[in-house]
Design a protein around this ligand. Sequence first.
Ligand SMILES: *Cc1c(COP(=O)(O)O)cnc(C)c1O
Length: 443
Amino acid sequence: MNYYSTNGKAPIATLEKAVVKGLAEDRGLYMPEHIKQLPQEFFDHIQDMTFQEVAFEVASAFFGDDILAADLRRIVDDTLQFDCPIVPVKDNIYALELFHGPTLAFKDVGARFMARLLQYYVKRKATTSGSVNVLVATSGDTGSAVANGFLGVEGIHVYVLYPKGKVSPIQECQFTTLGQNITAIEVDGVFDDCQRLVKSAFMDEELNRHLRLTSANSINVARFLPQAFYYFWAYAQLKRRATASLDEKGEVTICVPSGNFGNICAGLFAKRMGLPVSHFIAANNANSVFYEYLQTGQYQPRPSVQTIANAMDVGDPSNFARIYDLYGKSHDAIAADISGTTYSDAEIAETIRQTYAETGYLCDPHGACGLRALESQLQPGHVGIFLETAHPAKFRDTVEPIIGTTIDIPARLAAFMQGAKQSVPMSKDFADFKEYLKLKIEK
Ligand SMILES: *Cc1c(COP(=O)(O)O)cnc(C)c1O
């Protein structure tokens, strides 16, 4: 399968090129040329399949022409070494828990898949070209997922750019303590500055002449498309529970706490592939650019503001370009499939507190946006799933004061907190970052 750019001015790319380059030459995002509809038979039997089997079917639809089935199956199986269960929270409302991976957030799925796919390509080319440098900007969870997904992978070096003082201490130690082939870069700016530095590096001809640069941000198709896996798996689990748990049309409403809109975009692809979703809800924190787009038809990016759901502090969601393209640039079509919400920190906190008091279920701040949005928009008689995108312990400094008790830290999270922080300080000026990367070339 080939990939085109959302800006329409770059050459068509193979999967390998799309994965290694990340961003197209014209700064557009790569999109698969076709989205295969999965056969009815798959949906009829999905409840009898394992997560890996479901994911392999979905992966084959995208990557089956480019990767041998046996290799693809190994990459999928190796990626999904943990479950993504659905858990009932309230009547007709389920959490899809995406935090059972190594860094306790949904980004583990895409990051692990991409690391394995990139390694597959690097290995095949090991004799002809040098190592690959992965640049990734993070507002918190991307950095840890990517760094851990790539840790120790030969032939690949990862640079994680993160905004100084704007990620939680627990998030920070998940990518600053690893060493080996992982370098953390602490940028004196906000997330959008980090993202700009990464994008500028990809556009810089001089750097690209000497360095093989690739992006592991959610713009990379190898990170973004595998996120479709768990939408199908959530549906399989619902079906397994009882047919009564779906609405009269056999459909489900899905609510996605959104920042860069990669996760929800993968869900929209899943729907195109035939997943019976009646409606998507994009839950935003105070960074409400998409919400406003839905109301007004005007897309007006602006600097992000800091919130307690900090992985969604994005003022110019990169995957908006993909959604816009997927729906033929039609505001009406987008608004027909997706509705939006925006919540203040006070509303998010209230949702965490109330849900915990009423049900015993503890949401993280991102999942809380999702739950609140789903509760407010779910139609009577319908069934909804919200994505619980991270474990609440990752945000314990926020969550503990809200509920007034301490929470248990899972062992795999506590282990990160033992290590010593190592990071490279950096200004938000691209010239400085470029100088730094050039020094790496000379070495
Ligand atoms: C990254 C992240 C989000 C936002 O996902 P996008 O794909 O950027 O929309 C939401 N919640 C958590 C916990 C995250 O880490």
